[in-house]
Design a protein around this ligand. Sequence first.
Ligand SMILES: Cc1cc2nc3c(=O)[nH]c(=O)nc-3n(C[C@H](O)[C@H](O)[C@H](O)COP(=O)(O)O)c2cc1C
Ligand code: SF4
Ligand code: FES
Length: 570
Amino acid sequence: MNPTELHERAEQERRRQRNLRLRLFLCYSTPCLSAGADRVKAVLDEEIAACNTDAQIDLEVVETGCMGLCSRGPLLRIVQADGSEKIFENVTPESAPSILDACLSNTEPTKVAQLSPDLAFFTQQTRIALENNGWIDPEKIEHSLARGAYGALAQALHDMTPEEVCNEITRSGLRGRGGGGYPTGVKWELVRKAPGERKFVVANGDEGDPGAYMDRSLMESDPHRVLEGMAIAGYAVGAEQGYIYVRGEYPLVAARLAKAIKAAEKSGLLGSRVLDSGFNFRIDLRVGGGAFVCGEETALMTSIMGRRGQPVPRPPYPAQSGLWGCPTLINNVETFANIAPIVKNGAAWYAGFGTEKSKGTKVFALCGEVVNSGLIEVEMGISLRRIVFDIGGGLPDGGRFKAAQTGGPSGGCIPAEHLDTPVDYESLKDLGSMMGSGGLIVMNETSCMPDVAKFFMEFCMDESCGKCVPCRAGTVEMHRLLTRITDGSAVPEDLQTLEELCRLVQETSLCGLGMTAPNPVLNTLLYFRNEYLAHVDERNCPAGNCTLDRIPLYKLPEHVDRLAILKERS
Ligand SMILES: Cc1cc2nc3c(=O)[nH]c(=O)nc-3n(C[C@H](O)[C@H](O)[C@H](O)COP(=O)(O)O)c2cc1C
Ligand code: SF4
Ligand code: FES
């Protein structure tokens, strides 16, 4: 297929869609599927089959990716030929026929909850990476083409040199969305300039943070967007082979990506002589075993090469020596999802979003104690308050905001006094947290901060690969101390030991997992030290979460050194 044919095929699909009287977009992504979207679809199919033939050819049901408001799923968006739309929430097999009937007869369905398209959840987002989510069937390449997929690749291949593509990405200010925030264009340029006959492009879709599902949703809902970003990267850095690495717990992602790769190859959008150019680019899928550490770039690459996924020291960095010793570009899937819009609309357009140092938008999985939990994409620099109270709709049941956890096991909890902080890389870091890959958990007064720190430490302890001692033994010891704090058996000196251990593990671990595992502890000690002290000194959990009197504490006479006794015992 050449660029003209690509354009014609897209236009043909757009024409087909414009001629439909009714389009029913049913969310068919994991959360809505687990809430029964497949049963709703079966009922809609039956109802449509019972309609007369004219009606049948006039409407279609589109099984889409995530629309965002996952907590209210299954969601069904109905769009009329004039563009007017209605969104129904919590759709069931029982309510689906009445919704369809009402839309066919242009009346309002009764007893079915509707979401207003004017809801702040929708209107206060800025969608770039997620712009097609909920509007296309990810398993139908024509749907993606109609929304402009592979147009930016055609533009890069036919109108730009690899150097120009790298420059455009640099000028856009895009930074890696995998957590570290490294400037993407700088990384691309390093790989482009690295000497070597063979180079590789890798998309990191491992996504192991607890509560995070941004990358899963992106890949499930718009796989061609990620593939197109990878292909543009391949052209820019001089690679002919790409790998997309997905964790084993994401079977739907793997199935949709495999289908998308096949469809793109069949259309000449991947493979040999892409879009009638001299550029060849293949993408292969690699499914990991689900270890969190395999998201770390060096571990991920050893896993792709068929070895045990364990980190190795850097330097050399992947850009110099990655897969099979060749220069390798590794980026997060959300980073790749931003590439096509930047090439299409220009670096200046993208740099117009966000703050001075954090450009563009960021996708977050907003969850926890918040009315509207789901997947959101917001402009960098938006305040946490707007995310939680406008987009998220505040806390349910009149709950009081206590903290928002960002950055997963490498991040921290941001307290209420910092609700107006702009959400960008630097501001979150200054608060002792981090942007991370995009998990955002809202907590109310019943969340106990030492217990939250213990939860993340337990995660790191379980996920530590065991290669280096500070992380392997340090996470176990930090977890033991946090357990003592939350079960009431800690002594005041435990806090000091905990802090010392945090610094030691931070400074001496081999990879990011160990280096950042102490962050949730240090950060909660910074903002919620009183809670730790209440546990240790008063055996009291202010949040009412911990049971502190399971281990009896005997009142000792004044002259007895309780600490010495405990130390001796242990
Ligand atoms: C323990 C650990 C887990 C990680 N998991 C992921 C992950 O799931 N996805 C991801 O993109 N990056 C992850 N990273 C960061 C990667 O090592 C790497 O920096 C990133 O993929 C680079 O892409 P970017 O520049 O687009 O952010 C992880 C890092 C560490 C230390
Ligand atoms: S820091 Fe932890 S996860 Fe990383 S290499 Fe050492 S033991 Fe493995
Ligand atoms: S999965 Fe349906 S709205 Fe997110």
